[in-house]
Ligand binder design. Structure first.
Ligand code: HEM
Length: 129
C-alpha cells in the first residue's frame, strides 16, 4: 500500500492535471477546435479523475475521516459533483456558446474553491476570508 505522503502527492498531482486538462479543453471549446473530439482528449480526463477520486477515498480512509462528520470533506464531495456537472455543460451539453463559456468559468472558480477547502480544512474555504 502506498504511504500517506505519496498518496497525497498523487492526489494533488491529479488535481493539477485535472484542472490543466479542463482549461485546455475549455480553450479548445471556445475556439471550436476539432481536437476536442480526439480520442485521447476524451479518454485521458476520465483516467485522471478516476485516480483523483480513488486517491481521495483512500486518503480519507487512512485519516479515518468520515464525510458525515467532517464538514470540509462533505463540502469537497458536493463541490466535486458541481465541478463535474459544470464541466459537462461547458464542454458538451451547453446549448449556446455564452452558456458554455460561463459554465466553464464557474467550473474553474469552483475548482479553486475546492483547493481552498482542501488546504484550510474548512467547509468555507477561501470564503472564510
Ligand atoms: C476536484 C476535486 C479535488 C481537488 C482539486 C482536491 C485537492 C486537494 C489538495 C490540493 C489537497 C492537498 C491539501 C494540502 O495542501 O494539505 C487535498 C488533500 C486531500 N483531499 Fe482532495 N481534492 C479533491 C477531491 C477530494 C475528494 C472528493 C475527497 C474526499 C473523498 C478528498 C479528500 C482529500 C483528503 C482526505 C486530503 C488529505 C488532507 C491532508 O492530509 O491534509 N479530495 N485535496
Amino acid at each position: 500500500m502506498l504511504d500517506y505522503a505519496t498518496l497525497k502527492a498523487v492526489h494533488t498531482g491529479c488535481a493539477l492535471l485535472s484542472i490543466a486538462g479542463f482549461v485546455a479543453r475549455y480553450l479548445m471549446m471556445l475556439s471550436d477546435a476539432s481536437a476536442l473530439r480526439a480520442r485521447a482528449v476524451r479518454v485521458l480526463p476520465h483516467l485522471v479523475d478516476t485516480v483523483l477520486l480513488a486517491s481521495a477515498v483512500v486518503l480519507a480512509w487512512q485519516l479515518s475521516a468520515n464525510p458525515l462528520r467532517e464538514a470540509w470533506l462533505a463540502t469537497k464531495i458536493a463541490a466535486l459533483l458541481g465541478y463535474i456537472v459544470l464541466g459537462a455543460v461547458a464542454l458538451r451539453y451547453g446549448r449556446s456558446k455564452p452558456l458554455r463559456a460561463s459554465a466553464g468559468i464557474a467550473a474553474i472558480l469552483l475548482f479553486g474553491f475546492i483547493v481552498s477547502v482542501a488546504r484550510t480544512k474548512s467547509p468555507l474555504g477561501f470564503l472564510a476570508g
